[in-house]
Ligand binder design. Structure first.
Ligand SMILES: [Zn+2]
Length: 215
């Protein structure tokens, strides 16, 4: 079976538009906190193997081939997740798929990703899938941890099932960021905020609203 991303074009575009709208970390500062994320020695060999197999199957091969920092961040993020969250987010019945958004060159106008099922792959997508687009610009982040913060934010939206609710809201953004911290990733959240948080009016509808309320 071959899965073509653009078969259900209108549906996917809708999901993408929602994602672009809800993306936008607030620039709110978080208090300094302990770094509770695991170091590599604490991550089991089994988890490492599961993560590699997952990304081979559900993340665009372009990350590994051309965007090493984004690929490292994807690997780190999945390796660090609490066990129950990891199991939920990597469910084959409804996996998260990661595709690349290209922002320069002619690829920025349109590009496609093909998903190929191999003979030995167990069935997948029985309950749909959750699509996350990661911009090629993330590869220029100062550290992989900043990119991990972005990935955790999108994972939190999936975990909290925000896209199943009728309307995107700024409360969803705050809720996703609170969950990242509960998972123990304040450092990554902070670094993502510094690198990618809203810097000027128009960057993020939620942080614009917050700033207006502060005045
Ligand atoms: Zn968001």
């Amino acid at each position: 079976m071959q899965f073509e991303f653009f078969r259900e074009f209108s549906k996917i575009i809708k999901v993408l538009l929602i994602l672009f709208f809800v993306l936008g970390l607030t620039s709110a500062r978080v208090s300094a906190s302990e770094d509770s994320s695991q170091d590599s020695s604490e991550i089991s060999q089994t988890r490492k193997e599961l993560v590699k197999a997952y990304l081979d199957e559900f993340a665009s091969g372009r990350f590994q081939a051309f965007y090493p920092q984004i690929y490292t961040a994807l690997t780190n993020a999945f390796q660090k997740l609490p066990e129950d969250v990891f199991i939920t987010l990597t469910d084959r019945d409804r996996p998260i798929i990661f595709v690349l958004a290209i922002t320069s060159g002619i690829g920025r106008y349109a590009n496609s990703t093909e998903f190929i099922m191999r003979e030995f792959d167990p069935p997948t997508f029985q309950d749909g899938f959750y699509l996350v687009t990661l911009s090629d610009e993330l590869d220029d982040a100062p550290t992989p941890a900043a990119v991990e913060g972005i990935i955790f934010h999108e994972m939190a939206h999936r975990y909290l099932e925000h896209l199943k609710e009728a309307e995107p809201s700024c409360e969803h953004e705050r809720e996703a960021n609170r969950l990242i911290k509960r998972w123990g990733f304040e450092k990554e959240y902070q670094k993502a905020s510094e690198a990618f948080g809203s810097k000027k009016e128009g960057d993020s509808p939620c942080s614009d609203k917050e700033k207006k309320q502060e005045l």
